[in-house]
Write a protein that binds this ligand. Sequence first.
Ligand code: AP5
Ligand code: MG
Length: 219
Amino acid sequence: MQVIILMGAPGAGKGTQAARLSAHASLAHISTGDLFRENLKQETALGKKVKGYMESGNLVPDELVLDMLFDRVSRKDCAAGYILDGFPRTVPQAEALGERLGDSVELLALNLEVPDDLIVERASGRLLCRGCSHIHHAKFSPPKAEGVCDNCGGELYQRKDDAADVVGQRLAVYHEQTAPVEKFYGAQGVLKSINGVRSPDEVFTELISHVPAKEKADG
Ligand code: AP5
Ligand code: MG
């Protein structure tokens, strides 16, 4: 079983690359941010609890994240492994994942490095699909027709937490609470740093140099 952790600041390109890596390695793509946004949309009890944290750019408390994540990765599509996007974001989350996985799992943490000034531009131009969560950017990967997803024809929207003041808070939280997770995996010898300041294709080429391609098994 292989578990790949895609790390990096908000807007570093985790979601963009995780979707491609998922197809390349035939591993499920699990984004805690997408799971929370789905709960917000469905107005579930969990969605109501996490709304305030997300909209202010703060982290959701560890216990709420862990229950949701461990429930998701216990599903059948994760049996051969999975790609984590946006998790773990605190050292306690990383420790809880380590305890759950034990020693038999092949763990790889790929860290997309992008400086803060570029992050703001990426977040402010991001366009997300309501239908399939495909990610566009108004300047860097514009849709063919304005407001319409290239992938499924769904409606594109801007995330509330991509407003400039909230991005600033997300970055501050990232440096304070998530940067230590890089040290945690560095000390375990499983961390690879990737230069994220290149085109999505170039970033992907480097990422897959660390991840073997795999055909999807039938059934
Ligand atoms: P989450 O949804 O995970 O947001 P994030 O980590 O802030 O990351 P983003 O989704 O903003 O960025 P990304 O790295 O995926 O970049 P993308 O590929 O979209 O989390 C949201 C919230 O949920 C958190 O703030 C928190 O409240 C909560 N949460 C989630 N997980 C949690 C956890 N584990 N613990 C606690 N709370 C949690 O790219 C960004 C833009 O740039 C796009 O427009 C894209 O097209 C463009 N782009 C991508 N790559 C390139 C490139 N190489 N060149 C030019 N443009 C590019
Ligand atoms: Mg994302």
